[in-house]
Write a protein that binds this ligand. Structure first.
Ligand SMILES: [Zn+2]
Ligand SMILES: [Zn+2]
Length: 133
């Protein structure tokens, strides 16, 4: 069972340079329980917010969404923003929509070449959470 908290930055500036390392975080997180979609929506609507996922059994946690308007900086192209996805064989990676689509098309291409079914579309961070439950 994984739980999702949203932690918000007290800064109001919409300029990402104003959020470089010196942010003050609101110590009172907003709990969303298991509703990860609502947590991502809420964080994405704020200037600067993190989604913290926490395993209720082990206490293990990870930040899977960093918004300065819309997610974490894509670790592939560093252009777009999006949530962290669990990429098979790689682990958690922040990926924007366009790169996610190209990862998925690659995976479909490999599956087709090996005569396998299309893989399920990637879902934000939840796949890892499910696997470790
Ligand atoms: Zn901030
Ligand atoms: Zn990208």
């Amino acid at each position: 069972m994984w739980e999702y908290d949203v932690i918000t930055c007290t800064g109001r500036s919409a300029t990402s340079a104003d959020h470089d390392g010196n942010c003050t975080w609101n110590t009172e997180p907003i709990p969303f329980g298991a509703d990860w979609k609502a947590a991502y929506r809420s964080a994405g609507a704020r200037v600067h917010a993190h989604v913290l996922i926490r395993n209720a059994n082990t206490g293990k946690s990870a930040i899977t969404f960093k918004s300065i308007a819309g997610g974490g900086l894509c670790e592939t192209c560093a252009q777009e923003r999006g949530p962290a996805y669990d990429m098979v064989g790689i682990g958690l990676r922040y990926v924007g929509p366009a790169c996610l689509e190209s990862f998925y098309q690659d995976a479909c291409g490999r599956a087709k070449a090996m005569g396998q079914y299309r893989p399920d579309p990637y879902r934000p961070a939840i796949a890892k959470a499910d696997a470790e439950r």
